[in-house]
Design a protein around this ligand. Structure first.
Ligand SMILES: C[S@@+](CC[C@H](N)C(=O)[O-])C[C@H]1O[C@@H](n2cnc3c(N)ncnc32)[C@H](O)[C@@H]1O
Length: 254
């Protein structure tokens, strides 16, 4: 309607030009307000979905799912991002801390198969729950020890030596443990590759408010210790919901 009025003024340049400028400015502001409102709504709904999904995934067996037959404990959106990272960065060696049933290791191995590229070294303090096919996969080496033990530090360094390396931290999610893992293993990641610090959504980011300091807080401590080493990559959080807020770290060039 207002645009019609502006158009009517077209034969009178003295009136038309200022009217058109005002109209454009007002429409710009109105679009900005609409956009901001829609983003706010998107964030609120995504946060709510995150909470609902997280609770269901912890407590309801019908919400649990498998990757090619092995139970896995990641948000499907994060898996989608993970395959994107693998495809784009093509790591030769993946170090994975925290295995449980083995679904995430199986995911890594099958995506590596599809790319015909990559090996996985996976560690867990107990391999009792691992599904048997996972450690038998030719791309997988699986060891039972703590991810912060001197033995594992040595093994991870050996496997990463001279290889394009990626690291995934998904073991004990207490702040102290994750901080130790970051300090011990982050430097194994090659420039242009990623470290994924999983489950930084705990302790109210936005789930498990009473968990206490976890991966999110470990990252808050660790990142200022190594200025310029990492870019916290917001592109990897663009699917609106992630269990790993601020947890996709891209290693900067040396
Ligand atoms: C969240 S689960 C891993 C889930 C798996 N990555 C997935 O996405 O399907 C965490 C695992 O970390 C293991 N864990 C706990 N403390 C550990 C430690 N100090 N070193 C290695 N693994 C540990 C637990 O035994 C558990 O199996």
């Amino acid at each position: 309607m207002i645009s019609d009025i502006v158009r009517w003024l077209e034969p009178y340049p003295v009136l038309y030009r200022p009217a058109r400028s005002v109209y454009r400015a007002v429409s710009g502001v109105a679009n900005g307000v609409r956009e901001a409102r829609s983003r706010r709504r998107e964030r609120t709904i995504a946060r709510e979905f995150h909470r609902v999904y997280y609770d269901a995934h912890l407590t309801r067996s019908d919400v649990k799912y498998q990757w090619l037959g092995v139970p896995i404990q990641k948000l499907p959106m994060d898996l989608c991002v993970l395959q994107e990272i693998l495809w784009e960065t093509r790591p030769e060696q993946i170090i994975e801390c925290g295995v449980n049933f083995g679904g995430s290791t199986w995911f890594l191995a099958t995506v590596c198969d599809a790319m015909n590229h990559g090996q996985i070294l996976a560690v867990d303090i107990s391999l009792a729950s691992v599904w048997p096919q996972v450690p038998q996969h030719p791309r997988v080496e699986m060891v039972e020890m703590s991810s912060t033990s001197p033995e594992f530090v040595t093994l991870a360094r050996e496997r990463a030596a001279g290889k394009r390396t990626m690291v995934i931290l998904d073991s004990d999610h207490t702040c102290d443990h994750v901080l130790k893992e970051l300090r011990l293993h982050a430097s194994l990641v090659s420039p242009g590759c990623y470290l994924i610090c999983e489950d930084s959504n705990m302790n109210g980011h936005p789930v498990l408010e009473s968990f206490g300091p976890g991966p999110y807080e470990a990252l808050e401590q660790y990142l200022p210790e190594v200025p310029g080493m990492w870019t916290v990559d917001p592109r990897r959080e663009r699917l609106l919901v992630t269990f790993n807020p601020n947890g996709y770290l891209l290693r900067n060039p040396l």
